[in-house]
Write a protein that binds this ligand. Structure first.
Ligand code: ASP
Ligand code: MG
Length: 437
């Protein structure tokens, strides 16, 4: 069985939902994972924010606006009066539920229940549409099988067991529709897999059922070899291995959530990135195979801060890096890039919430300087160190760009540069020109 995931824009309107239905109704049994309709989760975040601030009027106003969108959807999506009536009831019950929070205390617990409404709405309405057009489909409620543990990691044994049970209860269905993103936590409360987490759901579901393939359907024909917003003439990369895809997903290719890769990789399930607007296009196939010794793509990650710690004490000393890393750990701040020399170390972070505290503590170990507004440029491909020339080509392409940090050797699949944000477009174009033309 395959798992197909459709993102917010793919189910963002009645006509897009109808396109998805056409795509999935080919007689093959499959699991279909849906995100919330585009814009909905953002609205739910905003509504929660009003509730947090005890501004019920503000929340209710946003709820009304959002409900209007769904009413318009119902009018357009269904043809029969029976379906329309049922759909209106579904919409009403979900929006009444949202309104009910104006009377309660508002905490993270309530917020998570609100955030789950987007996927609950999109899947229920979509399932009703499939019923109307006579498809043999059913809903698999994610809240009954998707669970995270105490450390917010997926409880894979629970997921596999309960998903299998749900499918076994209705074995003759062709389409199983389920919610991306939402889950229950260790305490049984409604929770989620973080923003953009529907890709993760698809991958976890694929792993749980040992799917033949996981397909992520979006609006672009696969991962491109450079960022189409800054570089003209980018092309889809036909094949990537799991490691290359993980680097690209993490360092900027927005099309796939980075968490999606690991469950697929661990279970060796190919992930295919496809385009709902152009279903025949090959897209990108992510698997354990890839082209050997080839540079595949370039991506950029914005909003990076570089921190340099220079210290005479590092010279010939041990334990220095541990002390530095412990500071980042104690502020739960992940490090992206790191470069070292005998007298100093530079790291890059993207979460600057605790930057001041971190810098303050680092000052105990050396002279600290901070550069904000930086970008990581990441070149991805199979670049084994035995094969001379790759690194030189990449560095040569950057000849006119001031570089703050360079990193290679963490894996053979990535060479990263840290540069100023203002040089990003120039760097992406220079790399495209010399690596892909
Ligand atoms: N609806 C959720 C979000 O907007 C999850 C997803 O779309 O992947 O973040
Ligand atoms: Mg997404």
């Amino acid at each position: 069985m395959k798992v197909l995931k459709f993102g917010g824009t793919s189910v963002g309107s009645a006509s897009r939902m109808k396109d998805v239905a056409k795509l999935i109704c080919d007689g093959d049994q499959k699991i279909v994972v849906l995100s919330a309709m585009s814009g909905t989760t953002n609205s739910l975040v905003e509504i929660s924010d009003y509730f947090y601030k005890s501004n019920s009027a503000g929340a209710l106003e946003r709820i009304n606006v959002l409900q209007q969108k769904y009413i318009a959807l119902v009018e357009e999506l269904y043809t029969t009066e029976i379906s329309k009536k049922e759909a209106y009831e579904i919409v009403k019950s979900h929006f009444d539920f949202l309104r009910s929070f104006s009377k309660s205390v508002f905490t993270l617990f309530e917020e998570k229940a609100i955030l789950a409404e987007g996927e609950l709405l999109s899947t229920t309405l979509f399932q009703l549409y499939l019923k109307e057009i006579g498809e043999n489909s059913t809903l698999l409620p994610a809240l009954d099988y998707m669970r995270i543990d105490k450390n917010a990691e997926p409880d894979t044994a629970f997921i596999a067991e309960n998903l299998a049970k749900q499918i076994a209860n209705q074995p003759d269905k062709i389409l199983y529709v389920t919610q991306g993103y939402i889950c229950r936590n260790f305490y049984g409360e409604i929770d989620n897999l973080q923003r953009g987490g529907s890709d993760y759901t698809a991958s976890l579901v694929g792993a749980a059922i040992h799917a033949e393939e996981i397909q992520i359907w979006t609006d672009i024909d696969g991962m491109h070899n450079n960022d189409p917003r800054f570089v003209e003439g980018t092309k889809p990369v036909p094949m990537l291995n799991f490691d290359e895809a993980a680097e690209l997903a993490y360092f900027g290719a927005k099309i796939l959530h980075p968490t999606c890769i690991l469950p697929a990789k661990l279970n060796n399930i190919p992930v295919r990135l496809l385009n709902t607007m152009e279903p025949q296009a090959f897209g990108t196939l992510i698997s354990n195979q890839s082209k050997k010794e080839k540079i595949e793509a370039v991506a950029a990650k914005d909003g990076i801060t570089a921190i340099k710690i220079k210290s005479g004490r590092m010279l010939l000393a041990h334990g220095f890096l541990r002390k530095v890393f412990e500071i980042f750990e104690s502020y739960q701040t992940a490090i992206d890039m790191i470069t070292t020399s005998e007298v100093g170390v530079s790291v890059s972070i993207d979460n600057t919430k605790n930057l001041d505290e971190i810098v303050n503590e680092l000052k105990k170990f050396g002279t600290v300087s901070v550069d904000k507004d930086m970008v990581i440029i990441c070149v991805v491909g199979d670049m084994p160190s035995e094969n001379i020339g790759f690194q030189a080509r990449v560095v040569n392409a950057m000849v006119e760009i001031p570089i703050r940090m360079i990193s290679y050797g963490g894996s053979n699949f990535n060479i990263s540069f840290l540069i100023k944000a203002e040089d990003k477009k120039r760097a992406l174009n220079a790399l495209s020109k010399s690596l892909f033309n």
